[in-house]
Design a protein around this ligand. Structure first.
Ligand code: MG
Length: 253
């Protein structure tokens, strides 16, 4: 199976280590304007930038309140999750501005990963790791009593779109935005689940199993232009077809 899908990678492509020194790195995003990769070093509470032109990595900011996943919005700005602030924020000129931190009168748990839909709505997951694990946030309680996937519409209204997951974590849309993939990092799960999306109504329904990356579990992942899912796991980046068939593993030492 892997040999027939070699063309998923460029000819002669090899895995290259571009940086070492994070305790754990998470939430990477490619920034086209600066040809760089920005990511979170969660326990070190800092954000790093890898410059693909110079090959150098520098600290973007420290004391960032344990940022995790991030993406780029329709205007090209970084939108990211902060465990410490229990919020989703947008960075403007290097300064984070809170977009949402509450669900009704309750604080969010600790937003983990985020995507922006073509209508500008921000969809994000809200497991409790940042309030349960002191090295990735601040101790706290689950105030609204669950771990939801939320949708923040461009007008600022927050709705819970998925409430049947235990620890929703990574998320991404299919290219046609008719499917939302959500990983669940609860013990005994670790799978990627698919939901049918009605973008006009802002809903995600009919959750079902999509893929079970093993060894390890799926945390963050992305979908490419052909609808293939490229996900984290313990041994490799696992690649799945839109039908959920495994196509490739990019082994990571
Ligand atoms: Mg995550």
């Amino acid at each position: 199976m892997r040999t027939v899908q070699r063309n998923l990678l460029a000819d002669g492509a090899t895995l290259e280590r571009v940086f070492t020194g994070t305790i754990w790195g998470e939430g990477p995003v490619w920034i086209p304007q600066s040809r760089s990769i920005r990511w979170s070093d969660i326990p070190n509470d800092r954000i790093l930038d890898f410059d693909a032109v110079t090959g150098e990595t520098r600290v973007h900011r420290e004391g960032v309140e344990f940022t995790n996943g991030r993406t780029i919005d329709l205007d090209g700005h970084i939108v990211q999750c902060s465990h410490g602030r229990r919020s989703v924020e947008r960075e403007l000129d290097g300064v984070p501005h809170t977009l949402i931190g509450n669900f009704g009168k309750h604080r969010l748990n600790s937003p983990n990963d985020v995507v922006v839909a073509s209508d500008g709505a921000i969809w994000f997951t809200d497991p409790p790791y940042g309030i349960f694990e002191t090295r990735e946030g601040h101790p706290g309680t689950m105030e609204y009593g669950g771990c939801f996937v939320f949708r923040l519409d461009p007008g600022g209204e927050l709705t819970a779109v998925i409430a049947d997951r235990d620890r929703p974590n990574g998320l991404a849309f299919s290219p046609d935005e008719r499917t939302l993939y959500v990983s669940d990092t609860a013990e005994g799960d670790g799978d990627i689940h698919a939901y049918d999306v009605d973008m006009t109504a802002g809903t995600a329904t009919n959750g079902r199993l999509f893929a079970s990356p093993r060894p390890g579990i799926a945390d963050g992942f992305r979908v490419d232009g052909a609808g293939r899912v490229w996900t984290s796991a313990a041994d490799a980046v696992h690649v799945y077809s839109p039908d959920g068939d495994e196509l490739l593993r990019v082994a990571v030492p």
